[in-house]
Design a protein around this ligand. Structure first.
Ligand code: NAD
Length: 272
């Protein structure tokens, strides 16, 4: 049966990369969009453009600029989204958060071992990276669920990478965050299922993709060359490859897909 409810997507990291592409692709598929991002001037201007593009498609767009790992910000955003959905309900719609995408890139890229302590990862770096890139998923999932914004058929996705199982020099803290993020997805998938919520949770492992976050990685040139060489499709993954797959995975008939790490990489990981 067709879902006649009003589908919303809550995109954490909506102003760039996978988050931006997925917000636009879901809007084109009929979703209303709530986006969270952390940007200064130029980034804010870009976020405004994305919001305008979504509205030009005839969809609603509510964007919030602030740290998604901050408890007060999270409460404020969820409160605002809940109020918007309540207004929609009062107007006769049946809105719910169909998709929540965790796509935050905010990690410290330093090796664990360096002679000068400032060149190596610190406790603060490690904790911040794990908090933003992994643990914040759990707190958003908890609070969106407690606010009653999910519904039967809701899907939570979190962006992971090959770095959850592979090692490069600067990626130790992010690697740990990816491993934790995949574990959090499994745990949330199991708990949401046992509570009979109808909410599914999957990690999405994208191939190496040209985005601002990739360009921050000191070893980016090697990663890009390796991905171009290794990917059996003959090119790197794009943000649109991932966005299109997320739209398809968020369609009807996907409620049995939960607790996985889903590769969207053109076969990059498995190619020798
Ligand atoms: N680019 C790749 O090759 C690749 C591959 C696999 C997985 N990933 C993962 O995908 C996710 C998104 O990466 P991207 O490449 O699209 O990055 P990006 O830099 O293009 O986008 C990151 C987004 O996160 C937002 N953001 C960062 N910190 C935030 C915070 N504290 N609070 C709120 N918003 C915040 C930014 O404003 C931006 O919208 C990351 O988890 C990344 O590790 C990237």
């Amino acid at each position: 049966m067709t879902d006649t409810r009003e589908r919303w997507a809550l995109i954490l990291g909506a102003s760039s990369g996978f988050g931006e592409a997925t917000a636009l692709a879901l809007a084109a598929d009929g979703y209303e969009i709530a986006g969270v991002h952390l940007d200064r001037r130029e980034g804010q201007r870009h976020a405004d453009e994305i919001r305008a593009r979504i509205e030009a498609m005839g969809r609603r767009a509510a964007f919030f600029n602030g740290n998604a790992a901050d408890d007060e910000n999270r409460a404020a955003v969820i409160g605002r989204v809940a109020a918007i959905l309540a207004e929609r309900r009062a107007a006769g719609a049946q809105p719910y958060v169909r998709v929540m995408l965790h796509s935050l890139a905010f990690g410290t890229l330093k090796p664990f071992l360096a002679t000068a302590p400032g060149d190596a990862i610190s406790r603060r770096n490690m904790e911040m990276t794990l908090d933003v890139m992994a643990h914040s998923l759990v707190y958003w999932a908890q609070d969106v669920w407690r606010a009653g914004l999910f519904g039967d058929g809701s899907k939570i996705y979190a962006m992971t990478s090959e770095g959850s199982t592979r090692v490069i020099a600067s990626y130790g803290a992010v690697s740990a965050a990816k491993t934790a993020l995949e574990s959090h997805c499994r745990q949330l998938a199991m708990e949401f299922a046992r509570l009979g919520t109808g909410v599914t949770v999957n990690a999405v492992r994208a191939g190496v993709t040209m985005t601002p976050a990739l360009m921050q990685i000191p070893e980016r040139d090697k990663l890009i060359a390796h991905a171009n060489d290794k990917n059996p499709m003959g090119r790197m993954t794009t943000v649109d490859d991932v966005a299109a797959a997320l739209v398809a995975l968020s369609g009807d008939g996907t409620q049995w897909i939960t607790g996985n790490v889903i590769g969207i990489d053109g076969g990059e990981l498995v190619s020798g």
